[in-house]
Design a protein around this ligand. Structure first.
Ligand SMILES: CC(C)(COP(=O)(O)OP(=O)(O)OC[C@H]1O[C@@H](n2cnc3c(N)ncnc32)[C@H](O)[C@@H]1OP(=O)(O)O)[C@@H](O)C(=O)NCCC(=O)NCCS
Length: 449
């Protein structure tokens, strides 16, 4: 029955989120979410079984989402429901997008972040997601975004749309009962004593964190510039994810500062005292842009009192464990993909990365959606990359590899080794591709969206 119910598309963006009467006579804003926003918000949150929050809270979500530049699109049912059912204004399919930037390695590129993807169970498997995402990517490409990115709740859906994993995150658990310490030679090599750590209330530090984020984004491949409302939530200045418009009261913060200014910030929460066996602290947020800041800050945070174990997230590679006298004190408790990236402009993407060695390649990029498929030539000379789209393989001794656009996105950030091992990168230039796409620094993004 559901298959035949007609649908009508909608767009909701910017001031559509806010009641027009939200302005008083002087033009000052009294933010109140519009009815359309309210229904959309409820649908999106309930799609993930999350309480959409009180009316007051939805007003704040509306303001935050408008300030982030979020645009929602999707579908509503075109015809009214039977009279005996209460009126229903929630959409049946939603997709959201917002502008940001993504660090590809040597350059930061504009990126269209996709979020709030959902289709009502009554309308699944009839192509609504495919239509929404095709239109979203096409629009982003037309508007000049070289990249799109999203985070997923299921791993088997988005590769068909050309998204490949660009960053992973590992949750580490540090056993503080082992008398953990950073190696003195690490602290010395990084010269951490030029700075000091201050205890702070993180909820008051949104401006400082925003500055740190900008600096860390500049030096961290795979990172995405944090929209300010996400920063507010991560620091606990609002507690929208916890259902409150008030700031968190239970968070502690630590900042590492040198005479050049702040270099690192950690926000700490505690899992509570119900389990008296193990007291668990959580580094809820960690932002830094120098290794000195990271080590200087962790030297203090690792010594928090009354904490048996401390959890935090980092890129794969065990950076913190490597800095410790007893690396076994750090155990990886889970690993998951975080950001999936979609190339919308292969030339721009190829020219925004550092390469492991000079050389020339032809990439035969397959894209089932037809957005970027074709042949590309990449020349890296003295470390600087030039790419162009070509009509036919140029036979001046340049070999080719064939790969899907999703796998090119992954290789761009993380190298191609695992993909080539299982035959997902093919062709005579595969070895050359692997050497050129070798990665020195594991990419990382420190928030989800
Ligand atoms: C996932 C979801 C958005 C799919 O929407 P949909 O409109 O039913 O999807 P479509 O009918 O457009 O399917 C598009 C393709 O994805 C595939 N697909 C859909 N859901 C899938 C799933 N859960 N796992 C694997 N593949 C899936 C379809 O088979 C189809 O493949 P094909 O076009 O290559 O044949 C929807 O089921 C949903 O809202 N789920 C709950 C929330 C969620 O998981 N959101 C996405 C994660 S962020």
């Amino acid at each position: 029955m559901s298959l035949s119910r007609p649908l009508t598309p909608f767009t909701l963006a910017g001031d559509d989120f806010i009641e027009p009467s939200s302005h008083d006579a002087d033009g000052a804003e009294k933010i109140k979410a519009s009815e359309a926003y309210r229904h959309l918000h409820q649908q999106v949150e309930l799609g993930f079984y999350v309480d959409p929050g009180s009316a007051d809270l939805i007003d704040i979500w509306a303001r935050q989402n408008r300030d982030m530049g979020l645009e929602f699109r999707g579908f509503r049912e075109a015809e009214p429901r039977p009279d005996f059912l209460p009126r229903w204004q929630r959409p049946v399919g939603t997709i959201g997008g917002l502008p940001s930037t993504l660090n590809v390695g040597s350059k930061i590129l504009p990126a269209w972040l996709i979020t709030a993807v959902g289709v009502a169970p009554t309308h699944r498997r009839r192509g609504i997601l495919r239509r929404m995402i095709t239109e979203e990517l096409t629009r982003a490409q037309e508007q000049g975004y070289p990249l799109a990115a999203l985070t997923v709740s299921e791993g088997g859906i988005y590769e068909r749309f050309g998204f490949g994993v660009s960053t992973y995150q590992v949750t580490q658990t540090i056993d503080r009962r082992r008398g953990i310490q950073l190696r003195p030679e690490v602290l010395e090599a990084l010269n951490t004593t030029v700075g000091q750590v201050y205890e702070v209330n993180p909820t008051e530090l949104v401006d400082l964190a925003d500055r740190l984020d900008r600096q860390s984004h500049e030096v961290t491949p795979g990172s995405i510039r944090r929209p300010r409302p996400i920063q507010e939530n991560m620091l606990g200045a609002v507690n929208l994810w916890g259902g409150s418009s008030e700031a968190h009261r239970e968070l502690k913060g630590y900042v590492y500062i040198t005479e050049d200014g702040p270099e690192a910030l950690a926000v700490i929460s505690h899992k509570g005292w119900e389990n008296v066996e193990v007291s668990t602290g959580v580094i809820r947020d960690l932002q830094f842009f120098t290794r000195r800041g990271f080590a200087g800050l962790m030297d203090t945070v690792l010594n928090l009192d009354l904490v048996d174990e401390l959890k935090y997230r980092e890129a794969p590679g065990r950076a913190l464990a490597t800095a410790m006298i007893d690396p076994r004190a750090v155990k990886s408790t889970s690993e998951s993909d975080l950001v999936w990236t979609r190339l919308l402009d292969v030339v721009a993407a190829l020219e925004s990365r550092d390469y492991g060695q000079d050389g020339s390649l032809v990439l035969d990029v397959e894209d089932a959606m037809g957005l970027v498929d074709g042949l590309y030539r990449l020349d890296v000379s003295n470390g600087s990359a030039r790419a162009e789209r070509i009509d036919a393989p140029q036979h001046d001794g340049v070999d080719a590899v064939t790969l899907d656009v999703a796998h090119l996105a992954t290789a761009l950030f993380r190298g191609g080794g695992a993909l080539a091992e299982v035959g997902l990168i093919n062709g005579p230039a595969t070895e050359q591709f692997l050497r050129m796409f070798a990665v020195v620094k594991e990419p990382f993004c420190n928030f989800g969206f």
